[in-house]
Design a protein around this ligand. Structure first.
Ligand SMILES: *[C@@H]1O[C@H](CO)[C@@H](O)[C@H](O)[C@H]1NC(C)=O
Ligand SMILES: *[C@@H]1O[C@H](CO)[C@@H](O)[C@H](O)[C@H]1NC(C)=O
Ligand SMILES: *[C@@H]1O[C@H](CO)[C@@H](O)[C@H](O)[C@H]1NC(C)=O
Ligand SMILES: *[C@@H]1O[C@H](CO)[C@@H](O)[C@H](O)[C@H]1NC(C)=O
Ligand SMILES: *[C@@H]1O[C@H](CO)[C@@H](O)[C@H](O)[C@H]1NC(C)=O
Ligand SMILES: *[C@@H]1O[C@H](CO)[C@@H](O)[C@H](O)[C@H]1NC(C)=O
Ligand SMILES: *[C@@H]1O[C@H](CO)[C@@H](O)[C@H](O)[C@H]1NC(C)=O
Ligand SMILES: *[C@@H]1O[C@H](CO)[C@@H](O)[C@H](O)[C@H]1NC(C)=O
Ligand SMILES: *[C@@H]1O[C@H](CO)[C@@H](O)[C@H](O)[C@H]1NC(C)=O
Length: 647
């Protein structure tokens, strides 16, 4: 999770009765609000003045999205200012100076965020899948932080039931799982504290405070990691929020948060990572990736969660030394682990400005196997295209690395104006509990963005389970299914009662995000190759993702944000098309089988894309684009259901 979260929590508490746009401390109030004119400068006045000048020159205020421009810039600036001071120094400072022009470029992208080609009359055009294969899909996953600490207190039958919910074919069938390698020792000076939640967001490190190892620690986390391994989840990542407190490797003495990794301690930090990977690989955990840093621009000084800053100038050295350690390792399992980084939290304000300082060098040395990034500023489509180009540019002649979007959550669902596209920009991070299709459709479009605009090989939701439901569902019956604006957080796919220790309510409350994500986790399996369905052939408000599985079954997932159903014609590639399955998720239905259309002799089918719904059609064909070489899919591979049509 990110810096913004903690900061924002504090802000929400301070301003939750606020109705005007700007509060006394200079932070714009959530949610994404209309800011029709330039507010007072925040923090770095010179930066602000340049944004205003840019607006005047480019007539951004005249643009149809101008109302988001100022709130986005204001919010973004204040976050940067508060959390890591990148924008609060003088213009000539090392932090601010070199990034100024890139920053302004990023601001310039805001007006185009919603622009997208659309069919003028979708009923006239058959939807087709383009001929050229795109990326191979690796995984759709979620993180094991920090709910295993809560599940520890659940009855063992329910602990097992959760494993089923997450990993079995009958339920979510995650193809990726991110295990949080903890940093909290047994006798730390400073511990992670989260008010109002039964257990904290600290995770027991395998290293004690005195620097010795204890492999019995983090039992709850290991329970679910072993469950993922047992279910053959194909992509398991160990991710590190902070160096363990007992290593004394950061500037925070004996604390799992608030420090900066010291250059002199990289070697000790890498040795610790290798020791942990070797131990668990030798115990039979198949470690696909190690991610040694998380949101490294932030030290997480509030200690609401584990974290450490890693200066841009030493990131390459960390990756380089991990690469060397794994190559030299005598453990086959550890040797096979791939490296990803650097899990930067935001695109426009961080990745676009910082990658130049570490990524080209890291890629040239082949120190990472994939670029991992978060999207906590909810980039618009143009910014994401730009981001994809930057990654390609950074690979200096070599083949560009795969991109993995490894964490997102906690956005306010779109409503009202522009609801057909969802909001973008950093200001949409907001306290809210929305278990409905509104939030699920936003998530689906984000998945579409990463798969089609950046050709990402994986997409991970943040945490699988959380207590951030703003009421006790066993005492207030409607609370699990009702939108609550300003309270709770959209950080999970499944919720548990925050008061479970008193209510003894050990139920799992599933959101529509769970069901919509299942279209991707369950149907677009690892090894599937993605193909484009261009927006021009789709009705306004609809986007689509298609892939061909290793079992030679196609799936096309349509995301329709319009509240009206759309009737479309799709031409299946090849000849002799056979429908295998048709699944919908809507306001009314979690996972429904719908009646199959007849396949016409020209391989056309008619599809009714439900309003505010996600529909996946699975089919097989013969002729061109019918087959590809099969590769194994971790044992979970879905043999398409042969159940009867129309049930
Ligand atoms: C930004 O930083 C400046 C300089 O440290 C400070 O004066 C200002 O109050 C900060 N603004 C916000 C919104 O944090
Ligand atoms: C700015 O854009 C608006 C909306 O497109 C337009 O009406 C207005 O004339 C433009 N102003 C200038 C100075 O170009
Ligand atoms: C676990 O799941 C099973 C089967 O779905 C159900 O019968 C049982 O009640 C669940 N256990 C608990 C403790 O709720
Ligand atoms: C942490 O503990 C060490 C050794 O016990 C002590 O020297 C140091 O002052 C403590 N730091 C804090 C912030 O409590
Ligand atoms: C996992 O894979 C192993 C080996 O292929 C297989 O024996 C086992 O049944 C699989 N387990 C599941 C849950 O798919
Ligand atoms: C870190 O510092 C503590 C307190 O001085 C000490 O007990 C511990 O051994 C140190 N850890 C390492 C790995 O040096
Ligand atoms: C690997 O094994 C060899 C031979 O036993 C040993 O010399 C070497 O130090 C080991 N390497 C590591 C990284 O443990
Ligand atoms: C990528 O490189 C091209 C050619 O040098 C350049 O024009 C473009 O601005 C770069 N784009 C990004 C996002 O770095
Ligand atoms: C929703 O679809 C209808 C056609 O079914 C169309 O007239 C309308 O403009 C669409 N609304 C939006 C917001 O896209």
């Amino acid at each position: 999770m990110n810096a913004i979260f903690c900061l924002f929590l504090a802000v929400i508490r301070a301003v939750n009765t606020q109705t005007t746009l700007l509060v006394a401390n200079g932070l714009p109030s959530p949610p994404a609000s209309v800011v029709p004119f330039a507010p007072q400068p925040l923090g770095n006045a010179a930066l602000w003045q340049q944004a205003i000048a840019l607006d005047a020159a480019e007539n951004i205020t005249g643009n149809h999205v101008n109302q988001y421009f100022y709130s986005s810039v204001a919010w973004w600036q204040s976050l940067e200012n508060s959390s890591n001071s990148y924008l609060s120094g003088s213009l000539g400072s090392t932090d601010t100076g070199p990034y100024m022009s890139q920053l302004l470029q990023a601001i310039q992208n805001y007006p185009t965020r919603y622009d997208q080609e659309q069919a003028s009359d979708p009923n006239q055009i058959s939807i087709v899948i383009t001929q050229a294969p795109e990326q191979t899909i690796k995984s759709f996953g979620a993180s094991g932080a920090w709910w295993p600490n809560d599940l520890f207190y659940f009855p063992s039958e329910q602990q097992q039931n959760l494993s089923q919910l997450l990993f079995s074919k009958q339920w979510l069938c995650l193809s990726g799982y991110r295990y949080n390698m903890g940093a909290t020792g047994d006798h730390d000076n400073v511990t992670v504290r989260t008010g109002g939640v039964p257990v904290s967001r600290g995770v027991e490190s395998f290293m004690n405070t005195d620097g010795t190892y204890d492999w019995t620690r983090d039992g709850p986390g290991m329970y679910y990691l072993r469950a993922a391994e047992a279910a053959n989840v194909s992509s398991i990542t160990f991710f590190v929020n902070a160096a363990p407190s007992g290593l004394n490797a950061t500037t925070a003495f004996l604390a799992p948060c608030g420090g900066t990794l010291k250059t002199t301690e990289i070697q000790a930090f890498v040795k610790y990572i290798e020791t942990v990977l070797v131990y668990w690989a030798d115990q039979g955990i198949t470690i696909d990736y190690i991610s040694p840093m998380n949101e490294p621009d932030d030290s997480f000084s509030s200690c609401g969660q584990e974290g450490m800053a890693v200066p841009q100038s030493i990131r390459t050295a960390v990756f380089q030394q991990i690469r060397a350690a794994l190559i030299a390792s005598n453990s086959t399992g550890a040797k096979a682990a791939k490296i990803m980084g650097d899990e930067t939290s935001q695109i426009a304000s961080q990745a676009l400005m910082h990658y130049g300082n570490w990524l080209p060098e890291t890629l040239t040395g082949q120190y990472i196997d994939a670029v991992a990034v978060h999207m906590y500023d909810w980039p618009d489509d143009a910014t994401l295209l730009n981001y994809g180009q930057l990654v390609r540019n950074s690979s200096a002649g070599g083949s560009p690395p795969p991109v993995k979007m490894t964490e997102i959550s906690s956005f306010q669902s779109a409503s009202g104006m522009r609801s057909e596209w969802g909001w973008t920009g950093p200001s949409i991070m907001s306290a809210q509990y929305d278990p409905t299709m509104s939030s699920a459709l936003d998530l689906a479009r984000m998945i579409w963005q990463w798969l089609t605009l950046v050709n990402a090989e994986s997409f991970d939701w943040w945490t699988a389970v959380s207590t951030m439901i703003p009421c006790s569902p066993s005492t207030t019956t409607s609370c699990a299914t009702t939108i609550n604006n300003g309270n709770g957080w959209n950080d999970a796919l499944i919720y548990i009662d925050p008061d479970y220790q008193t209510t003894k309510d050990y139920n799992f409350y599933l959101t529509k995000r769970f069901w919509v994500f299942r279209h991707f986790t369950r149907l677009h399996r690892p090894g599937s190759v993605r193909y484009d369905i261009s927006n021009e052939v789709l009705p306004y408000g609809t986007v689509a993702v298609a892939s061909l599985g290793t079992n030679n079954v196609w799936q096309a997932t349509f995301i329709n944000r319009n509240s009206t159903a759309q009737i479309v014609t799709m031409n299946l590639p090849g000849t002799g098309g056979r429908i295998q399955r048709l699944i919908v998720t809507t306001d009314d239905v979690d996972w429904g089988n719908v009646e199959w259309p007849r396949v016409a002799s020209n391989n056309d089918i008619s599809l009714k894309l439900p309003g505010r719904g996600v529909l996946t059609v699975q089919f097989s064909v013969s002729g061109p684009l019918a087959e590809r070489q099969a590769v194994t899919d971790g044992g979970q591979s879905g043999v398409p259901s042969t159940s009867t049509a129309g049930t």
